[in-house]
Design a protein around this ligand. Structure first.
Ligand code: FES
Length: 118
């Protein structure tokens, strides 16, 4: 199955929540040991609910797009719900199946790994 990267490139270019968050309640960082890329996730949490999410970092288009989509998804969700996210949900958000491409899958899961670390 071929993978269409045009949507990913578009998200990577225009990620509006790619910014540091002042006064974040949770800051978590993850690194991809294969390439050394790093993603930092910022969350604002009120009463167990994520009220804002953003990220910074250096990474490939897939990792940045994944971070952006995860931040969008997390806003307004309960922290517990976000903690339960898995790789299937990340691929659903990315609208691509990377299960046969382990190195790209690692890129896609880097933001989730950071989030779970937090
Ligand atoms: Fe580094 Fe994708 S190549 S996260």
């Amino acid at each position: 199955m071929s993978v269409d990267y045009s949507r990913i490139i578009e998200i990577w270019r225009n990620a509006p929540n790619r910014k540091e968050m002042k006064g974040a309640d949770l800051v978590a960082e993850g690194a991809n040991p294969i390439c050394g890329d790093r993603i930092k996730i910022f969350l604002k949490i009120r009463g167990g609910k994520i009220t804002d999410a953003s990220f910074t970092g250096e990474g490939c288009a897939i990792s940045i797009a994944s971070a952006s989509l995860l931040a969008d998804y997390a806003k307004g969700k309960a922290l517990e719900e976000v903690r339960k996210l898995d790789k299937e949900k990340v691929m659903e958000l990315l609208e691509m199946d990377l299960s046969r491409n382990p190195s790209r899958l690692k890129c896609a899961l880097l933001p989730l790994a950071a989030l779970k670390k937090g």
